[in-house]
Design a protein around this ligand. Structure first.
Ligand SMILES: [Ca+2]
Length: 274
């Protein structure tokens, strides 16, 4: 979504662009009267990107969760009647294994913990657990809030729910252990969506924007911002809902993959300082 306003390209500008994506003129005017941000806040690092490799991605996939593990991509998709979990060959996009979700459920983020795959539902308060090797159902857990994105820090699952809050859940029970509010230059940032845990940080797409926030998982503070503006123009978009969503990290080879809902491609990118 693009606003019609031109804003100075600094951290305040990014905050305003994130707010403007859904709120229009009223919040723009309110934001103009916000206190000036401190020098320190304006020094949040910003990154652009360069594309290292381009791979096929199913343009029909309403991508909700993306994970890279042991040579394969795992993807969870959304929409009632179209939600699924798939294991995919990175190079050619071939689907090696897939499991559809009941039409009753709207699939959301996924994450892998050891030999289990967790798959969120949006508003059904259910988290499904599948065997990673077979996709057979292992069980389910209750989730009190909406399910949006999921990541794993080595001890807890990290859950986004459409607000600015990240919750840290016990993988055995999916009970919340603690939570943080994500703030960029003092502003809570709502609609955190797909997540990835990378080198001690939580990375989060902000829904309907080209931004990925890099978040300190202890404080919730945004350390830096990855601006992927223009990347959606490097692929075909399959619907009006096609937006950046999907971050996967190959921890062994340190490769970063991103894609979007209804994008025809998945990109390996590297960050470039701005
Ligand atoms: Ca992810």
């Amino acid at each position: 979504m693009r606003s019609g306003y031109t804003i100075t390209w600094d951290i305040r500008g990014i905050v305003l662009r994130i707010i403007l994506k859904r709120s229009g003129l009223l919040l723009f005017l309110l934001a103009c009267f916000m206190s000036p941000l401190s020098q320190a806040q304006e020094q949040v690092a910003r990154y652009g990107y360069s594309i290292l490799n381009t791979y096929p991605h199913n343009i029909n996939s309403f991508t909700q969760g993306l994970v890279y593990r042991e040579g394969y991509l795992f993807e969870g998709t959304g929409k009632n009647g179209q939600s699924s979990l798939s294991k995919i060959n990175l190079e050619d996009g071939e689907v090696l294994m897939s499991k559809s979700m009941s039409q009753r459920y709207f699939g959301e983020g996924i994450e892998i913990v050891d030999d289990k795959i967790y798959q969120l539902t949006w508003q059904s308060h259910l988290v499904f657990v599948h065997d990673k090797a077979t996709f057979e159902s292992i069980g389910s857990h209750y989730n009190a809030v909406e399910g949006w994105g999921l990541a794993y820090d080595g001890s807890h699952l990290i859950l986004s729910d459409g607000t600015a809050t990240l919750q840290f859940m016990d993988p055995e029970t999916f009970a919340p252990v603690r939570k943080v509010e994500v703030k960029l230059a003092g502003n809570a940032i709502n609609q955190l969506n797909e997540l990835e845990y990378i080198n001690g940080e939580v990375w989060a797409n902000v829904w309907q924007t080209d931004f990925i926030l890099r978040i300190d998982p202890q404080s919730g503070e945004v350390n830096s911002i990855v601006d992927l503006t223009g990347l959606s123009e490097r692929t075909q978009l399959g619907s009006s809902e096609a937006v950046l969503n999907g971050i996967a990290w190959d921890a062994e080879a340190e490769r970063l993959f991103v894609t979007g809902k209804h994008w025809a491609h998945l990109f390996e990118i590297e960050l470039v300082g701005l």
